[in-house]
Design a protein around this ligand. Structure first.
Ligand code: UFG
Length: 336
């Protein structure tokens, strides 16, 4: 079962899973995605998803009836809200959807004897850190409600695994997933104004938005703009398939960073995107965004050590694929 399967990371993961012979049951409320994505996933994989349910994961009755209808071996749980800025405006909503959704899912899994979960966590749980790169042992100090909601879920999962020794949970802390499927059929297509840097850049390059607002150039970084560890969404999708293959290695909660291991500033990404797209990207520096931190870069060596896997796509590929998706889908999934 994949929750949030038609979202940005979920959709790429579904293609990867179908490509590797998995049978996939989808649960999604389509609140920040489009049903179009379902047909695109199937088209790319050349196979059908087993079933698609329009269900809000907080709706335990509806979720339970999905478990009744399918023999679920494992759940990959993407369904959540994920914008830092929005979470500062809507903190209760973030706890409700992200923590409430995970609680409902865990309760329903338990009722149906499903004990294996891959959870979408986030590098943002590390907060405003002085350490770089970050290992999984660095402390969590979430600095906004989105990050706090993900950290609350991780703590809940740790408790569940401590109390129930037959549970197997992998929590993957993504750094900043960007890019798109190389076909240009799947990508990041937020409804409304994008919160995240890469889709915003792509829309400015395409002339859909006037200019990028750079949120602060007074950070303690080389060029003053925020630094993140951008990772190609195809690498993230691949990591989920590999995570499923390793779920059976041991019981309990295991946590892994998913990043490339190097940092890129807002200005560096802007330059890289300009080169790939051949466009001049207008921008203006504005105030810092509430809840943002200076720098988040992964030490991704644990996942390489454990699974022999590492991210393989570079920044140019991330920009190229995001730009292709933008050009082929100028209004996201809306038109077709
Ligand atoms: N930024 C801008 N202008 C924008 C958008 C972003 O300058 O219009 C800057 C931000 O200040 C930050 C960097 O670009 O320095 C990246 O910002 P994003 O919004 O793209 O992503 P975040 O670093 O805020 O990452 C958060 C969470 C991740 C999550 C990601 C996607 O930390 O876990 O959002 O939702 F994956």
């Amino acid at each position: 079962m994949v929750t949030g399967a038609t979202g940005f990371i979920g959709s790429h993961t579904c293609v990867e899973l179908l490509d590797h012979g998995y049978q996939v049951v989808v649960v999604d409320d389509f609140s920040n995605s489009s049903p179009q994505v379902v047909s695109r996933i199937q088209r790319l994989a050349g196979r059908f998803l087993d079933a698609v349910y329009k269900v809000d994961v907080r709706d335990r009755r509806a979720l339970s009836s999905v478990f009744d209808r399918h023999r679920v071996d494992a759940v990959v749980h993407f369904a959540a809200k994920k914008a830092v800025g929005e979470s500062v405006r809507l903190p209760v909503e973030y706890y409700d959807v992200n923590v409430g959704g995970t609680t409902a899912l865990l309760a329903t899994m338990h009722e149906h004897g499903v004990r294996r979960l891959v959870f979408s966590s986030s590098c943002s749980i590390y907060g405003d850190v002085d350490t770089s790169p970050l290992t999984e042992q660095d402390p969590a100090r979430p600095s906004n409600p989105y990050a706090a909601s993900k950290w609350t879920c991780e703590q809940m999962l740790a408790d569940v695994c401590r109390c129930r020794p037959d549970y197997t949970v992998l929590s993957l802390r993504y750094f900043n997933p960007v890019g798109a499927h190389p076909s240009g059929l799947l990508g990041e297509a937020p409804l409304g104004e994008p919160d995240n840097l890469m889709p915003y850049l792509a829309q400015v390059a395409a002339g859909r938005r006037e200019r990028l607002r750079v949120f602060g150039s007074d950070y303690a970084t080389a060029d003053g703009t925020g630094v993140r560890d951008y990772i190609h969404v195809m690498d993230v999708a691949e990591a989920h398939r590999i995570a499923l293959e390793h779920l059976g290695d041991s019981t309990g909660l295991r946590v892994f960073n998913l990043g490339v291991g190097s940092g890129t500033s807002v200005f560096e990404l802007l330059t890289a995107f300009g080169e790939v797209s051949g466009k001049t990207i207008p921008y203006e520096v504005v105030d810092r965004r509430p809840g943002d931190v200076t720098e988040l870069v992964a030490d991704p060596s644990a996942v390489t050590r454990e699974w022999g896997w590492r991210a393989s796509r570079d920044l140019a590929a991330m920009c190229r694929d995001a730009w292709r998706f933008q050009r082929l889908n100028p209004t996201g999934y809306a038109a077709g």
